[in-house]
Design a protein around this ligand. Sequence first.
Ligand code: PRP
Ligand code: MG
Length: 208
Amino acid sequence: MDYLTLALAKGRTANNSINLLEKAGFHFDHFREDSRKLVFYDKDSLIKLIFVKAVDVPTYVENGAADVGIVGKDNIMEEQPDVYELLDLQFGQCKFAVAGFTGTGLDTDRTLTVASKYPAAAKKHFHRKGIPIDTIKLNGSVELAPVIGLADVIVDIVETGNTLRENGLTVLEEMEAISTRLIVNKASFTTKSDSVHRFIDTLKKGLE
Ligand code: PRP
Ligand code: MG
């Protein structure tokens, strides 16, 4: 059996991902969240786990540096990688939303400025509605943008809504539901078919 390289998103869903893998029977003896190590092997050496930034998971999988990846739908929608998306892992549930100050009109005649960690997803959303926008790419703390006048609105993920509330903002329009997904490199799906299918079946059992 071939071993699989799994790219796993660091950050808020990492623990959920590891828990699911453990529940499915893949044990990473040396895994510690606070470790600075970036590569781990499960004790049966079926999985080589690499820890990467969520936004980079689609790139690793599309290019075959990883056979499979566990990452949020938000990053998949932004990067649009040429991969197979095969499982909804159910955790990391949140929503993509347009947010800003209450009363901000979204279908004005002037071009809206939208700040986001997800400029491509934001463009796609507004263009589908025929609303022209300018985007400003930020890498975090996006809620600041309307507050300090950098942008009219933001497109971001909303989970509890606390970050919006604490900054005086509100959801103006809900977009897609987001959760963590399993993606698979297209070549690996064929060349490592047995391993990939066994991995998917095992993960499915972990989800039950
Ligand atoms: C994420 C996201 C929102 C917030 C949503 O930010 O960008 O700001 O969490 O969660 P909430 O609705 O429960 O408040 P994150 O904490 O990952 O930080 P960053 O945007 O600075 O990267
Ligand atoms: Mg944020």
